[in-house]
Ligand binder design. Structure first.
Ligand code: NAD
Length: 269
């Protein structure tokens, strides 16, 4: 596929959307923005809910690819997850299929495999084909999104890179995040690789930096041309001094999904 230039960025008002709004244009992309909330400082952004199929069709018309970040990003009652993350992602894929958009980069999550035991020192890294073990309805919706992406590739030839993002924030803030952190700059590198790699079909990757304490295997991400530049290790000494090391008896430390397995943060809206 020719190098994509115009990208629809859904979830543009959110934390990751705000980071990517500033970082992705450096790679030469023109961004069209969409969110159900107002995107501060972006008067041209499309304000639309993922439930609005007509608005989605219009939003994807003429773009070269979609970076799909919109959705509930924490745990919520099933009915809310169903509407925003499951039906909403279906609506987006349908709009993309109808308008002939060739590729979507889907913000999946480590919470699709959150009940997987975290590897201990010396264990092999967790591969992308580990069985899905969602830790929440939220994680379940990401698992659904990956299956939807597979269906749209097999049936319609619409390509997807599903990125099981770890934690993409300016700095790691917990001992768990030392293993799952993705720096914003590495996030932009990974999205750029996912947008430009040849013939991805449906590829599932983990999204994180090259952390010394990494839990999962970045082979499929690297196969797209992703070369992470950052490592959480410089933050380790301070975080461990403040919080203690990982406690294998603590379920929030012993599973990939962290505290989503036993005490998930709840979507406030
Ligand atoms: N930030 C991370 O570290 C991380 C980790 C794993 C997965 N993810 C995924 O990446 C995406 C972005 O994460 P984030 O941290 O920026 O979350 P966020 O909650 O800050 O942003 C999500 C955005 O989606 C919008 N949204 C929610 N429901 C919508 C709907 N029905 N229609 C239109 N817009 C809607 C919200 O208004 C919000 O601006 C999410 O899909 C999240 O699940 C993020």
């Amino acid at each position: 596929m020719p190098a994509p230039r115009t990208i629809l960025l859904t979830g543009a008002a959110g934390g990751l959307g705000t980071l990517m709004r500033s970082l992705l244009p450096e790679y030469g992309y023109t961004l069209r923005l969409l969110d159900v909330r107002t995107v501060e400082g972006e008067p041209d952004a499309i304000t639309a809910d993922l439930a609005d199929r007509e608005a989605l069709r219009e939003a994807v018309r003429g773009v070269d690819a979609v970076v799909h970040l919109a959705g509930i990003s924490l745990e919520a009652p099933f009915e809310k997850i169903l509407r925003s993350n499951i039906e909403g992602t279906y609506n987006l894929y349908e709009a993309a299929r109808q308008e002939g958009v060739p590729r979507i980069v889907f913000a999946s999550s480590n919470h699709a495999v959150g009940f997987t035991p975290a590897p201990r020192a010396g264990d092999p890294l967790i591969p992308v084909d580990t069985p899905r073990r969602p830790d929440t309805f939220y994680g379940l919706s990401k698992s659904f999104g990956e299956d939807l992406a597979q269906l749209y590739w097999d049936k319609h030839g619409l390509e997807t890179v599903s990125v099981r993002i770890g934690s993409c924030f300016p700095e790691p803030t917990s001992v768990r995040m030392l293993s799952v952190w993705m720096s914003p700059a590495d996030g932009a590198r990974l999205f750029h690789a996912a947008l430009t790699a040849e013939e991805v079909g449906h590829t599932v990757v983990y999204g994180s930096s090259a952390n010394t304490r990494l839990w999962w295997d970045l082979t499929t991400a690297r196969s797209l041309g992703y070369e992470p530049q950052d490592d959480s290790e410089p933050y380790a000494e301070k975080l461990i001094a403040e919080q203690g090391g990982l406690d294998p008896e603590n379920p929030a430390h012993s599973h990939l999904g962290g505290h989503f397995v036993n005490d998930p943060p709840i979507w406030p809206y």
